[in-house]
Design a protein around this ligand. Sequence first.
Ligand code: DGL
Length: 263
Amino acid sequence: MASNAPIAVFDSGVGGLSVLREIHARLPNESLLYVADSGHVPYGEKSPEFIRERCRELSRFLLNQGAKMLVLACNTATVAGVAELRELYPDIPVVGMEPAVKPAAAATQSGVVGVLATTGTLKSAKFAALLDRFASDVRVVTQPCPGLVECIEAGELDSAHTRELLQGFVTPLLDEGCDTLILGCTHYPFIKPLLQTMLPPSISLIDTGAAVARQVQRLLSERGLLAEGPAQPTRFWTTGNPPELSRILPLLWGEACAVDALS
Ligand code: DGL
């Protein structure tokens, strides 16, 4: 495997761009491929079997593009599909992500941690195991957020509708005494500025994008696969509507880029 081969990143939609940004910032020599599975978003309410099938399909496509690594930039896809992908591709490093329970449990002063995530993530055995392992000394209050991913997919990062929906999810967590909130879905960092306007300044928000970028760097370095650069332009595909993703890329990725259709 050539070290200058690209890193492949995918998500149910645009949420994984929050992780792609962190990988790009940390590893600017790396060429990146990104697939938004927006034709099938949201994953949060879908069955694990359906999501596993999507993971297989997208991974096959991305590996055919010559990727040296797969990053599941999606908590929901990770709980459903990461184990199977590692079995299918034992020679390819596969990075998944999970809600940042361990750092949140270490950070809380009130002893109450809130988790905003999809229904699929919160219902999973993997999440239950994460709580058993790292949250035995704190109280964890979970909050599924149906509808929020759709707002972010539409680029509504600050609309009245997004604000109202988010307020309904956050208020019960504050009422429970949470002082630390985990953003357990890769879409949510994009509404962090909105969220901060609703929270007292003493509340900490924790997400996982930067930790994933560090893990990507660690695994590539261990295998001698860090690229020397220069990076090729990042390539984007969507199973949804390419003009729609092109429209939103400047907002979420910071620059306009070509987007190809993936059927
Ligand atoms: N971005 C995804 C996650 O991190 C899932 C969003 C969805 O499709 O429901 O969980």
